[in-house]
Design a protein around this ligand. Sequence first.
Ligand code: NAD
Length: 341
Amino acid sequence: AEEGTPPSESLRDEYEQLADLVRKYRYAYYQEDAPTVSDAEFDELYRRLEEIEALHPELVSNDSPTQEVGGEVSAAFTAVAHLQRMYSLDDVFSLEELEAWVRKAESSVARLGDSVPPIAWLTELKIDGLAVNLLYRDGKLVRAATRGDGTTGEDITHNVLTIKEIPRQLSGSGYPSEVEIRGEVFIPSKAFVEFNEALVAAGKAPLANPRNAAAGSLRQKDPAETAKRPLSMFVHGIGAREGLNAMSQSETYKLLADWGLPVSPYFKVLDSFEGVLEFIAHYGEHRHDLLHEIDGIVVKIDDFATQRALGYTSRVPRWAAAYKYPPEEVHTKLLDILVNV
Ligand code: NAD
């Protein structure tokens, strides 16, 4: 199909079928914590959907899967509105695509002139877990919620209170009167293996993978069940912030750590794309020596003024991107064996 010409009947059909399939897979992944296809398969379908939409923007509607953050609020939980929206991330699947993304971001920033500093890339691991939003008022944890559709999430406060890394009360002083802290809840790789060994020894079925195990554990009705699961958390973002004095995200991480929040030990602030490439190569090699599973690397423009100037699309920030490592065959096979024990 050529850009500008109306989509053929068969392309329209393919598009509708793809959109339905993506919705169905998202439902299994987000609502049931039990995906029916691999992430790589899902990403490929999603990519194709984006491709068709790029050729035929007239097909895009408000309820297109590309226009929304995946995940609805289950009726089993109380719905809560986030003070500030939560977003997804723009995905890239090759180093060439990442470079194109970086160059585009650089020209957008160049257009901002001297009002912003030169780009520093806050480069982090993309933790394969569940996004959670923590709301602190006067230093006290008052609410925790899943991302949901980005605007409204599920209230999981009681379950989050069972995670020892998450402080009920922020320490020190100088924390804002109201602040939303975003991060990823995950099951550490070693704890996951041990937990599964114990399940198998007790004659029970092991959990399929750490990501869905973490999501399923956190979305339990009974916090006592959640408390039995080895959940942990790293924080990687900030939403509403009343009176926070920080110029950049990395500066904020220092504050978060001072307040007792679990900041990842793995991030780096890099001033060049070459540095980012080295980071990617390093963690590609050491992917399985880490505390948790990763599915990629996230690069963010560190400076808050630049983040504000670039803003967001309906689904993702324009100042960050996620590079996804190629899927790992061997690893998947190992997991299949484990599931079939
Ligand atoms: P995403 O996972 O690609 O990226 C956004 C999320 O990354 C954020 O919400 C955040 O919680 C998380 N994240 C982890 N580390 C981060 C860091 N350091 N900084 C910032 N954010 C970080 O996007 P998505 O919309 O949540 O979901 C898409 C993902 O889910 C894809 O990987 C896709 O393969 C998978 N998925 C799979 C299926 C399936 O059926 N297998 C279905 C739906 C989605």
